[in-house]
Design a protein around this ligand. Structure first.
Ligand code: AHG
Ligand code: MN
Ligand code: MN
Ligand code: MN
Length: 332
């Protein structure tokens, strides 16, 4: 079989289909290279002394792992000088990172969660990188305001999963493609084109230790799943929770399911747990492009007008019918 590398795929998207600009192609190439570097750092683990805590807190109030900081640095360094970006924003940085004056500037804004699932890093469980690309509004400096665009404006979104294999999952708003890192050659190869999430599922993902804090619609929905074939759903459901969003979402992309990090009485004051700009929006775009759905329980995630860079949001995404069901419970 002829193997299509990410580079070839992107060149064809630009040249033959006109789906992306040369600068967006460069951006994705650079991000994929950064993900490769992160994958290598993660793969070395203790041998390179990269595990454990960095001894600092981020703007989210979380203790930073060394690899949170290293991954953030890798993405910044890789993307600073190419001339394709106006600015960057990250889960790990309080303020947007402007491109230094010594480098040319481009029209895109890059947002990322450099290391997703970092609580799993020290126990050797899959982690990832999530990213989202917006256009910088014309004539605007890449300050916080420039980034506050709804997810519908994303021109590209993707994630890397650093698991048994390293994968890059990408959407340009034209379906979802999966690339596998060929470690010997150091390149990503297209291994699954136009992925679609199965509409029906018997699997769900939620951190059930929060159940006493949930709202009524979430309790009802999960109770019905747990009742299995004796309940209103008339069938048994299986539960999975990796606690790395990338791994949970990737499982859903592969075999269907629903992922929920709903608002609860513990996270209400901050608006939810997951971050709209670095986690919810890119994942919602990918899931919708794969035929699934993503809401905050009430609204489509991609329609939310962000008010703050580090805004948090409840997230319910995955197989369409299940997302529609629990979303309708919220309306009742
Ligand atoms: P991050 O490591 O980037 O801070 O994200 C962690 C997120 C997400 O990946 C995961 O779904 C969720 O936090 C897990 O939360 P719990 O530990 O509360 O289950
Ligand atoms: Mn974090
Ligand atoms: Mn995350
Ligand atoms: Mn993170």
């Amino acid at each position: 079989m002829r193997s299509v590398t990410l580079s070839r795929f992107l060149i064809e998207e630009q040249r033959d289909k006109n789906v992306i600009s040369p600068d967006l192609r460069l951006l994705i190439e650079v991000v994929s290279r950064a993900c490769k570097a992160i994958s290598i750092a993660i793969g070395k683990g203790s041998l390179a002394g990269v595990l454990g805590s960095a001894g600092s807190d981020n703007v989210q109030g979380e203790v930073q792992k060394k690899l949170d900081v290293i991954s953030n640095e890798i993405l910044l360094d890789a993307n600073e000088w190419g001339g394709h970006l106006a600015g960057m924003a990250s889960e790990e940085m309080e303020l947007p990172h402007a491109i230094p004056n010594r480098y040319p500037k481009g029209e895109y804004l890059l947002l990322f969660d450099p290391l997703d699932g970092s609580s799993n890093i020290d126990v050797n469980v899959s982690v990832g990188t999530i990213f989202s690309v917006l256009r910088c509004p014309e004539g605007m400096d890449p300050n916080e305001q420039a980034f506050l665009q709804p997810g519908t404006r994303q021109v590209c979104a993707g994630y890397a999963v650093y698991g048994p294999t390293t994968l890059l999952v990408l959407t340009l708003g034209d379906g979802v493609n999966v690339f596998t890192l060929d470690r010997e050659f150091g390149r990503f190869v297209l291994t699954q084109g136009d992925v679609k999430i199965p509409e029906e599922t018997r699997e769900f993902a939620i951190n059930a230790s929060n159940s006493r804090y949930w709202e009524e619609p979430v309790k009802r929905y999960v109770d019905e799943l747990l009742a299995g074939k004796d309940g209103p759903r008339g069938q048994d459901f299986n539960m999975r929770w990796v606690a790395s969003m990338v791994a949970d979402v990737h499982r859903i992309l592969s075999r269907g399911g629903i992922f929920m990090y709903p608002i609860d009485s513990k996270t209400r004051a901050q608006g939810g747990k997951l971050r709209l700009m670095y986690e919810a929006n890119p994942m919602a775009m990918i899931v919708e492009q794969a035929g699934g759905a993503a809401t905050d329980g009430r609204r489509r995630i991609l329609d939310i007008q962000p008010e703050k860079l580090h805004q948090r949001v409840p997230v319910i995404l995955g197989s369409k019918r299940e997302v529609e069901r629990i979303t309708s419970y919220h309306g009742q």
